[in-house]
Design a protein around this ligand. Sequence first.
Ligand code: ATP
Ligand code: MG
Length: 431
Amino acid sequence: MTPPTLRPPGQVVEIARTLQLAGFEAWCVGGAVRDALLGLAHLDWDLATSATPQEVRRLFKRTVPVGIEFGTVGVLDRDGRMHEVTTFRHDVQTDGRHAVVQFGASLDEDLARRDFTINAIAYDPIAKQLRDPFEGQQDLGRRMVRAVGVADERMREDRLRALRAIRFAARFDFTIDDATWNAIVASAPYLTRLSPERVRQELEKTVEQVVCPSVAFTRWRDSGAFGALIPSLADVSPSALASVDALPLPTLASRPLRKLLRFAALFGGLDGKSAERALRALRFSNHDIATISALVERMTVHGAVLEAQFRSHGVPADAALRALAASLGRLRAAGFSRLLAARLAVTEPPVPAPILRLFHRRLLRVAFRDAIEVADLAVDGDDLRAAGIAAGPTLGRILQALIAEVIEDPSANTRDALLARARAMASVGNA
Ligand code: ATP
Ligand code: MG
């Protein structure tokens, strides 16, 4: 009996039917089958077939050679949506990093090269029949990630599997089979052979897919994966890990920000420079490095001070909040506040949520309402030059001094008042 969730989209069934009518095998495989059996939605239903890539390209009108060397052809359906069709294959000659594939394999051989039993279940959508030679369904029922075959050997073939096992276990809240876990621990010293890009992708998928990433990152720590790959996180603290989970759930639009905040929380026990070094080694984008390490660095400067204030006096006054917003930069204020709230929600005793919410609202209000940057002043450099102040470093210092005064007292941000102050500063400077 197949469960009701095992229902591939009509277009996928059509592609499978075309392949089968031409005399080939066609099976749904991989993540979609696993997720359907778990009752979860999955968008990409991949097919595996006995047809060669050339045969697949001949059978369908519109195809894209997405990964021809691995046997993958993209078949476009009527709506222009692409579905991946991959020729049965087995891997040969692996060196722990690169697999060389060979076609002409059977379905069972194709399933045998897959990483975990839960990822090695096939479904024939025409005959409505499952093929599960490694008892993946039983492991789904036991909620367990288990390597296909001999765990040690499978991890030696491809060390990335160690990180994938940890990610799948955290994502589905599964345990990891003992032999598989031991193979992960044994793999840790060799993870440095993976390219930094692949490691970064695993980290990114983890913070994007997993509801409680701390579960995954705790295993990265305990297996030695952090020690090998990100030594500064080798002993990452339970509170830093807990704060990753405590960040608010995102709306769709705020997902990219959540990713950065989750990394900022993970690196929250470090100083900004160490976080930056670690992120650079993992080839994060310059934008991501700048945002994450700035948040980490600002937290080391302001975090403890704000915590002490929240615990004694509540939320600081507007002038102090403006100074904080200025030091963060307007666009980082919201992220900083979310990150701080997550950290302080998991300290003992936690800072009460209403204080953190009030802080968030008031920080954002001053950040976007008040003048906190030189560009927000009622005068600019041209105005000061017209008032007789020579261009040069002094003029720059005067603008900085003016914004500092305006942050203290927003009512000072008028053209006349600022010009008068600027002249006074210039004459003192000249004297
Ligand atoms: P996700 O929802 O994260 O995409 P997925 O199971 O679809 O999960 P993919 O990385 O898209 O994961 O891989 C598709 C399938 O290919 C897996 O289900 C697995 O059967 C196989 N696979 C992927 N990577 C490996 C690997 N490193 N070693 C062995 N098999 C793998
Ligand atoms: Mg996938």
